[in-house]
Design a protein around this ligand. Structure first.
Ligand code: FMN
Length: 204
């Protein structure tokens, strides 16, 4: 298998895991996950991300209390082996600090997948409460919590839209797509006419 296949496989394999067994994540794995975040691209290479690694069971339990979506409590935060809290410093020099930090977070979830560790991006939390628990200074923007751990069970695969529903070629309005005309000119009778025209115009 070549490298691009391996990468696509990891991307497809990553799932949002919502049931962990609470086991500790080995330090060298944690190091590699953080390293994957560190090597993310960022606007003007400002690297505005700041990571808080939480492994203490009591703190994880406190965070879990403050992570929920409507009535759904994020119990998986409390069951995780670690949670990486991704923050961003707006003053670091990149106007895209939120995007930069999100890319770093994505890198970490993919690295975790490649190491056999489940992850879940948590975006629904009580911001002020999380800030208070972790003493996050007010100048930092809180981006996400990434729960990491060993999965119990097997998460289902939420479907994705087909490429045909999300990809547009050359312009958003495919009807006026210059690429389509080019393609037509390259095939069938149009290609012969096209070649003739090119010979006449360019004399070759
Ligand atoms: C910005 C963002 C916020 C999310 N917030 C939560 C959350 O608060 N709790 C949770 O359990 N999952 C959360 N998720 C995970 C999504 O529900 C999940 O990615 C989506 O359903 C697709 O499933 P998959 O990740 O397994 O492919 C979030 C994902 C993103 C990208």
């Amino acid at each position: 298998m070549n490298e691009s296949n391996i990468l696509l496989e990891i991307i497809k394999k990553r799932r949002s895991i919502r049931h962990f067994d609470g086991r500790k994540i080995p330090d060298d794995f944690m190091q590699q996950i953080l390293e994957a975040g560190r090597w993310a691209p960022s606007g003007v290479n400002a690297q505005p991300w700041r990571f808080i690694v939480v492994t203490g069971k009591d703190t994880l339990a406190s965070l879990a209390e403050k992570c929920y979506y409507k009535a759904f409590k994020s119990r998986h935060v409390g069951e995780a082996g670690a949670v990486v809290v991704v923050c961003a410093d707006p003053g670091a020099g990149s106007r895209a600090y939120i995007i930069d930090a999100a890319i770093a977070g994505t890198n970490m979830t993919l690295m975790a997948t490649s190491l056999g560790i489940g992850s879940c991006w948590i975006g629904a939390f009580e911001e002020q409460a999380v800030r208070n628990i972790l003493y996050i200074p007010p100048n930092l923007t809180l981006i996400a919590l990434i729960a990491l751990g060993y999965e119990i069970g097997k998460a289902s695969v939420p479907p994705r839209l087909p490429l045909s529903a999300i990809v547009h070629h050359e312009t958003f309005n495919s009807a006026g797509e210059p690429g389509a005309i080019k393609k037509m000119m390259k095939s069938g009778p149009f290609s012969v006419i096209g070649k003739l025209l090119r010979v006449l115009i360019n004399k070759r």
